[in-house]
Ligand binder design. Structure first.
Ligand code: AMP
Length: 139
């Protein structure tokens, strides 16, 4: 399968639809997942077009993983989490639903299981407040 630029993250990258943005640089954008699996669930999205990890340029991966680490550390602090799960899904059989490479940063809280994947929309006000918290932790 090849990259299809009509996916929703490509639209966010082109500014065609809004997101609760936390961070952006020349290579990546970071925003809140609208259907969080845990409080503070955040997505790190390289700007370079690739469908997922399987077709990604290794140079893009080499640049994005330090950002994944930085956001994970900041999210753990910002949301007073006990741990962080990082996820990345490839192809429908692998659980992928949006076909532009991204990494899930999911703060984890002792005794709390993850919510179902891409199932329940969070209130915009909660997402906005969480984006601000994470922005502050990254600053
Ligand atoms: P995946 O299944 O790994 O492709 O994950 C896609 C993720 O994107 C899911 O966790 C969705 O909740 C999330 N998502 C879908 N649409 C949007 C959107 N417009 N803004 C932010 N997150 C989104």
């Amino acid at each position: 399968m090849s990259y299809d630029s009509s996916n929703i993250f490509a639209k966010i990258l082109r500014g065609e639809i809004p997101c609760h943005k936390v961070y952006e640089d020349a290579d990546a954008i970071v925003f809140m997942d609208v259907m969080p699996q845990s409080a503070g669930h955040t997505l790190v999205v390289p700007k370079a077009p690739s469908r997922n990890l399987l077709d990604a340029d290794p140079a893009v991966l080499a640049k994005v993983i330090p950002l994944v680490q930085k956001v994970a550390v900041a999210a753990k602090a910002a949301f007073n989490a006990d741990g962080v799960s990082i996820a990345q899904f490839n192809e429908p059989a692998g659980g992928q639903t949006v076909f532009h490479l991204h990494f899930h940063i999911m703060p984890r809280y002792d005794g709390q299981p993850l919510q179902l994947h891409a199932r329940k929309m969070e209130d915009s006000a909660v997402l906005a407040a969480n984006a601000e918290k994470l922005k502050a932790a990254l600053a």
